[in-house]
Write a protein that binds this ligand. Structure first.
Ligand code: OGA
Ligand code: MN
Length: 200
């Protein structure tokens, strides 16, 4: 994967410090308005291709009920976000020797009533996922629309993170978290910085 320049709004030192201290970090106003609109367009024009999300051995709608579409380089707009995540991964490698080699990502759509129950993206280091990232790309979000990300940080303190548009939440993939029931359509890109690779 090719590295790209990180947007100026990404304060890498702060991100590294927050990940180190708390196991998670937030980037607000991550991208320019122009890019955000292109992303929303790419996501919403492909909603008909989204499929029920699976958990390891299949679809279990009691655990998660969102719909997803895996990204690939042909989805050129979102691929740029994937490349930015990869570049951030290189910074994490320099700081923490995480050995990040790849990024996998999908669009996710939670319609009203949908959620994702408590889970870890990488329980007991079973897979190569090191850092989980979630970028929120719906146009608007009110604090009483549900859909919060509940996250237990590395010091066992719980946080409520609202899915604010143009926000990226980053956290260690071994941390416990859940998505509360959304009351409006909630659109995102979930991406994982991985220490293994599906390509190499
Ligand atoms: C996930 C996840 C959190 C969110 O996709 O594994 O936990 O806020 N997403 O969408
Ligand atoms: Mn998760």
């Amino acid at each position: 994967m090719e590295a790209v320049l990180l947007p100026k709004s990404w304060n890498v030192d702060q991100i590294l410090d927050d990940l180190d201290q708390h196991g998670f970090a937030i980037i607000d106003d991550a991208y320019s308005d122009d890019y955000v609109h292109q992303l929303i367009e790419e996501c919403t024009s492909n909603l008909n291709l989204f499929r029920e999300a699976a958990i390891q051995n299949g679809v279990i709608s009691k655990i998660r009920s969102d719909h997803i579409l895996w990204l690939n380089p042909e989805l050129v707009i979102s691929h740029h976000h994937v490349q930015a995540l990869y570049s951030l991964g290189q910074e994490l490698n320099r700081a923490f020797y995480l050995g990040i080699r790849d990024v996998e990502a999908h669009f996710a759509c939670y319609n009203a009533g949908e959620f994702y129950a408590l889970h870890r993206d990488n329980p007991q280091g079973k897979n190569g996922r090191m850092i989980s990232t979630v970028y929120y790309l719906h146009e608007d979000w009110q604090n009483d629309w549900g859909g919060e990300l509940h996250l237990q940080d590395k010091n066992d303190i719980w946080h409520v993170l609202h899915p604010k548009p143009n926000r990226i939440a980053l956290f260690q993939s071994d941390l416990l978290h859940e998505v509360l029931e959304a009351k409006h359509q909630r659109l995102s890109i979930t991406g994982w910085l991985r220490s293994d690779s599906t390509i190499l």
